[in-house]
Design a protein around this ligand. Structure first.
Ligand SMILES: *Cc1c(COP(=O)(O)O)cnc(C)c1O
Length: 476
């Protein structure tokens, strides 16, 4: 007698059904058209889950800055809020309230003059909002700069087709190039040079003129994790203003660093303590420790955000101002951000970021001591390290080969070349995130040693330095 019966997948008790996916009871699944018939929910789930096995293991992805681990309680909360629409402030006033609190918490952390004073539990009057990520936040920050420049020109009675420009390092994230292209602003990119991997004050100031809408300073370059010197850039722009009368605001792209520096470098003045800083963005889903889908932007005060960019939506019979590119989006990420704030507090965030930094420094020390590698950063700003082969010709293999080999074990360690002017420099980068423990780091170092040895042993078989098609395979 058979131990289990084969039961019709829809009508029979589910626990007795042989999985129809594995028994080929499911007709071929069309990939690019809507299937003609429905299928059982468990069948659909199994099919898609199986396909997704092919995605890499997010925890071994050392390329991304984006959160890959959250506490189960936070996951539960996100589940609870999946169906809440962030824009529907009328139906979900409490989700809107959590967003407002998060904006005030960040404004306070970044020393905005409009934030509630330390120790007070007043509402705070910070100007800012949540977004889907830093890209949208940067777009909003850039728009505010563009509108302010236009308003200043109109006020000065200037007309004519001048082309606005935005000054920034060539190391900026691609969202700034998008901003420039979409809004027809000329990007003035300061190239990187050996020994200068990000923007400096003098390099920024010399490119500014009366059509410069602002300067972007990146707190935590995606290239190497280094902080751009915001205070020095602002000082150079102060001197520029003295000479020319041009008052050029700074936007800080703190996608990663605005959630790291307040905890690990509290004395570093990069935020609203620097009077020229008009706005700051960050990614809640990077070192804000939330799963993908949330960013933040805060302006120094209401004056830094032109009124005519703001739309009003109905809110409990009243009007609620919004500034966003998207309309509907889930409330889960905002609730999860507030969960982290409440759960971790200042000390908790500091502990998390400090641990990441220690792991990054450990990795840097080990890799630096291996011999063939030269460190370009060692985790002392963002918990990120970038390193390259000290002598790629002599080594006989490239960082792309090493990246490929590490992948065989599941580690995703991206290799990429630097932008214009330094395209001949190829590096590997490791981002240490919450959830990447010292223990995992030791395993990575062990694997790295094994692979380096194998590559060195294979030296007599020449390996191309930059295999075709891999040069720009990695996007930040
Ligand atoms: C990641 C990143 C962005 C883009 O952020 P998303 O949240 O992924 O949209 C912008 N700028 C910098 C410096 C970044 O690191």
């Amino acid at each position: 007698m058979p131990l289990h019966a084969k039961v019709d997948e829809i009508h029979g008790p589910a626990e007795l059904t042989i999985n129809p996916v594995f028994c080929q009871e499911v007709p071929p699944v069309p990939r690019h058209q809507l299937p003609a018939e429905s299928m059982a929910p468990d069948t659909a789930l199994q099919l898609i889950r199986d396909e997704l096995i092919l995605d890499g293991n997010a925890r071994l992805n050392l390329a991304t800055f984006v959160t890959t681990w959250m506490e189960p309680q936070a996951e539960q909360l996100m589940q609870d809020c999946l169906s809440k629409n962030m824009i529907d402030k009328d139906e979900y006033p409490q989700t809107a309230e959590l967003e407002r609190r998060c904006v005030n918490i960040l404004a306070h952390l970044w020393h905005a003059p409009s934030a509630a004073p330390a120790g007070s539990d007043e509402g705070g009057a910070a100007t800012g909002c949540s977004t889907t990520g830093s890209s949208e936040a940067c777009m909003l920050g850039g728009l505010a700069l563009l509108w302010r420049w236009r308003a200043a020109r109109a006020a000065a009675g200037k007309t004519g087709p001048e082309q606005p420009n935005l000054v920034m390092g060539a190391n900026v994230q691609v969202c700034w190039e998008k901003f420039c292209r979409y809004w027809q602003v000329e990007p003035r990119l300061v190239p990187m040079e050996p020994g200068r991997l990000h923007l400096t004050g003098p390099e920024a100031a010399v490119r500014c003129d009366e059509n410069t809408i602002g300067v972007v300073a990146v707190l935590g370059s995606t290239m190497d994790g280094s902080y751009e010197p915001v205070a020095e850039i602002a000082a150079a722009l102060d001197a520029h203003q003295e000479q020319t009368g041009q008052d050029i605001p700074v936007h800080v792209d703190g996608a990663s660093g605005a959630f790291v520096a307040p905890f690990l470098a509290p004395d570093l003045e990069w935020d609203f303590r620097v009077p020229r800083v008009a706005s700051i963005n960050t990614s809640g889903h990077k070192f804000g420790l939330v799963y993908p889908g949330v960013g933040w932007i805060v302006w120094r005060d209401a004056a830094a955000l032109p009124d005519d960019l703001i739309f009003n939506v109905n809110y409990l019979g009243g009007e609620m101002p919004t500034f966003a590119l998207n309309f509907s989006r889930p409330g889960s990420q905002v609730a999860a951000q507030y969960y982290n704030f409440l759960r971790l507090g200042f000390e908790g965030y500091r502990e998390v970021q400090r641990t990441c930094q220690e792991v990054a420094r450990y990795l840097a020390a080990e890799i630096g001591a291996m011999g063939p590698y030269e460190l370009l950063s060692d985790g002392s700003d963002l918990p990120v390290l970038a390193f390259r082969l000290a002598d790629p010709q002599k080594s006989g293999y490239s960082v792309f080969d090493l990246s490929e080999r590490l992948r065989q074990r599941g580690w995703l360690v991206p290799a990429y070349t630097f932008p214009e002017n330094m395209q001949d420099v190829a590096v590997l980068r490791i981002v240490v995130r919450f959830g990447f423990s010292r223990d995992l780091a030791e395993l990575l170092i062990e694997d790295l040693r094994v692979q380096v040895k194998a590559l060195e042993a294979a030296q007599h078989e020449p390996v191309p330095l930059f295999p075709e098609g891999q040069r720009s395979a990695f996007a930040h």
